[in-house]
Ligand binder design. Sequence first.
Ligand code: HEM
Length: 331
Amino acid sequence: MWLFNSSIGKKFIMALTGICLVLFVTFHVLMNAVAICWPGAYNSVCQFLGANWYALIASAGLAFLALVHIIDAVILTLQNRKARGNDRYAVSVRPKSVEWSSQNMLVLGIVVVAFLGVHLVQFWARMQYQEIIGSAYSYGGVELPAAAGTIYLQLAFQEAWTLPVYLIGFIALWFHMNHGFWSMWQSVGLDNQIWLPRWKAISCWWVTIVVALFAIQACVFTYRANQKFYLTDPDLQAQYQKMVQDEVNEQMEILGAEYTSIAMKAQKAAEAGDFEASSDAQMKLQEIRNKAGELQEAAQAKIEGLSNLASATKKNESAPAPVSAPQTPNE
Ligand code: HEM
């Protein structure tokens, strides 16, 4: 198929995947803006997206696009080098900044991918991935709700190295996206003397605004993380605690339904004089009551742990979560 075999087909795929990735990055910067203006609403969006089927499909699609983009780029670069030898940059009009970035695309690409690696470990691996494997990221002995995006902003940006690493990543991203836009217009044939400068100006503005916003956002997140805003703000604290309580309520509802059905069986067995079945059911009911008590206790410990997280950060990362006094199971 020409799309995969011919050079122009591969360039077309590069352009198409590139546009999708630029759109994702633009969407991402807008999401971060929500985190800055309305942190609580940001957590609600994180909760809405989470590891639901539509978010998982979007994440898988994004990973696929990025992979195709990278593989295609490597193949095209190798083919170009083979075909052109040392004269691989011999094209008509090319501004100086583009020339610099195209000659350093490999290094820029590695920096962007390295940034992404660090970034995904700091966020995706602690949030969506934990939900996928049915686990939760623990910090300071406290299991954190995956949807509490602002806690993960705190954990990432309270580290002194995060801001410089991100800023380096953003610089590489700026060059990479600028070059990408430039070569994309060439690939799709929009490289005439009238349209090329226009597209280039639009691209340059777009990329510069997006990357500048990322840089400003990273500075704001760092400032707030140093103030421990995301751990001490009363509204956010209430939201984290509600997330834990909602989760426990969901589990309690399931247990409640199980309890009602067994209680009915126990009653029927008692009425029929089947004492063995009746005492069996009573034992099961006791087990459910115990489980419900444990769930409430664990949720209480989590909530207390979350409210004490500010003192566990930085100074004493391994401080155990305060555990509430053992309660007798609900009778
Ligand atoms: C200030 C800068 C940034 C912040 C605060 C930030 C924050 C986040 C957060 C909170 C997540 C959510 C993880 C999840 O729900 O699983 C995420 C995911 C992600 N971010 Fe960023 N991000 C920033 C910059 C960037 C940049 C510049 C790129 C791309 C070059 C990027 C690429 C991604 C990708 C690919 C994901 C995974 C998306 C998915 O799971 O579908 N991020 N980021």
